[in-house]
Design a protein. Structure first.
Length: 462
């Protein structure tokens, strides 16, 4: 793997991420002779998440490993909350903490590359998990032997080796490691795939399933690389000197290249978060419709189609769309979203306060039964948004609602939309979606109220 993918080419200082588990311990022991032979200076990196009683002991174990090998040891201890306040899962919070540590260590130690202990089982598990999410070739290809992340060159020398083989190699040499009990917790999705789904499929379908999945991932990596090369070539040919993208030329390309070209264009001009599959699909849908249009992505980035050319426009900061936020039912305190405060209370019956789209305060009631077990989100409009209003057939574009209400363009991305399962169910000042309407005057309901904050009221008055 190292020679085939030139993982250590031009590397003189290498960071080795060691958690203390079997995979990373095997990585360290396997890399040491390679580093000595190539004149590479390794540094052992360890992040203590502070989540388990054994974490400090594992940090000391890794520090001792580094000392025994005569290697520098760089560590950090963080204190992650068991329930992150920002809504992320604990696993995602831990991943973000690791990446932040890696970025800082990479710069502080002047590293040329950073090696992690991901192995063949991780590849197989990642493919299954991303398949369940509906990923394309780029996502299903999963972990790659080498990648760049925020300026860090990441290498994964063990992707062709299974976890069982790594443990067997350690046992043969009498080498020890630490066992993380949380790796057995089936409530964590990856653990469920590792300990339940894969063993079941191997027992009832194919004993060498992991190897087959790794083979599929490698094939997908090669296909993805080819499509990416073609997309980059076509993007260079299509994009104009001023950064515009001709819509007609884009739509002449095969659909697979359309998605990739548009994603490349978004990466060049917007944040990576704005280049997700749903955003790309919505923009392509808009591109196929006649006429000019304008829509806002995450943050203050606006995509405009004029005379069949896609361009980016920058909104003034005060007109930027706030990030999506979860609205709890009932709310303990009003949710502050942009220039508005939004509350949700448990109620009975039907109530509405309608002054027109873009006019506040506004209020409505939604069916408590329809909302049971679901999450309400407040966000700005997105390309292709529609609502299926009560007492009307079909659906209506949010864009058309704003146009009909003569809402100024600069205000359209500041209107809070209430969304459930990615469906717009209420536009303040307008009707609710028919599937969420309260069915009877005595039925349980959830009352939503949107008030402009004091500063927004003053601005409007002026």
């Amino acid at each position: 793997m190292i020679a085939r993918h030139q993982l250590l080419h031009a590397v003189t200082r290498l960071g080795v991420a060691v958690s203390g588990g079997a995979d990373s311990v095997a990585l360290l022991h396997l890399l040491l002779p390679e580093c000595r032979a190539r004149g590479i200076a390794p540094t052992v990196l360890h992040l203590n998440h502070g989540l388990r009683a054994e974490a400090d002991e594992e940090a000391r174990f890794v520090e001792a490993l580094a000392a025994d090998a005569g290697l520098p040891f760089v560590s950090r201890r963080v204190a992650l909350a068991e329930r992150p306040a920002d809504g992320r899962s604990l696993e995602m919070a831990a991943r973000d903490a690791r990446l932040d540590f890696f970025r800082h260590a990479y710069k502080a130690c002047a590293l040329d590359a950073l090696a992690t202990g991901h192995h063949a089982d991780d590849v197989a598990e990642t493919l299954l998990m991303r398949l369940a999410r509906g990923s394309g070739a780029a996502g299903l290809a999963g972990l790659r032997p080498r990648t760049h992340l925020d300026g860090c060159r990441m290498v994964r020398p063990l992707l062709a080796i299974s976890g069982a083989a790594l443990r067997a190699w350690l046992r043969e040499r009498g080498l020890t490691w630490c066992e993380d009990a949380s790796n057995r917790d089936p409530a964590i999705p990856r653990n469920a795939v590792r300990h339940v789904v894969l063993p079941y499929l191997e027992a009832n379908w194919s004993a060498d399933l992991r190897a087959r999945l790794c083979q599929s991932a490698e094939t997908l990596r090669e296909d993805d690389a080819l499509l990416d090369t073609l997309a980059r070539q076509q993007f260079a040919a299509l994009a104009t000197d001023d950064g515009a993208l001709p819509v007609d030329d884009l739509l002449r390309e095969p659909l697979a290249l359309q998605r990739r070209i548009l994603r490349l264009w978004l990466y060049r001009h917007a944040s990576p978060d704005a280049a997700g599959f749903s955003t790309v699909q919505r923009l392509l849908t808009l591109c196929r419709e006649p006429g000019d249009w304008r829509t806002t992505l995450r943050g203050a980035t606006v995509v405009e189609c004029h005379n069949c050319r896609l361009t980016f426009q920058q909104q003034p900061p005060e007109c930027a769309a706030p990030l999506p936020a979860v609205l709890t039912v009932p709310t303990v305190r009003p949710l502050r979203w942009g220039a508005f405060e939004i509350t949700a209370t448990c109620d009975t019956g039907i109530f509405s306060l309608v002054n027109g789209v873009g006019h506040f305060p506004a209020a409505c009631t939604l069916s408590a039964a329809a909302l049971e077990g679901r999450v309400l989100t407040v966000r700005a409009r997105q390309p292709g948004d529609r609502i299926a209003p009560t007492n009307m057939n079909g659906s209506k574009k949010i864009q058309d609602l704003y146009v009909d209400a003569k809402l100024p363009e600069v205000q359209r991305d500041t209107v809070p939309l209430i969304v459930c399962d990615d469906e717009v169910i209420w536009v303040p000042g307008y009707r609710v979606a028919r599937h969420y309407a309260v069915p009877a005057p005595d039925a349980p309901s959830v009352r939503l109220t949107v008030h402009a904050c004091d500063s927004a009221r003053r601005d409007a008055a002026e």
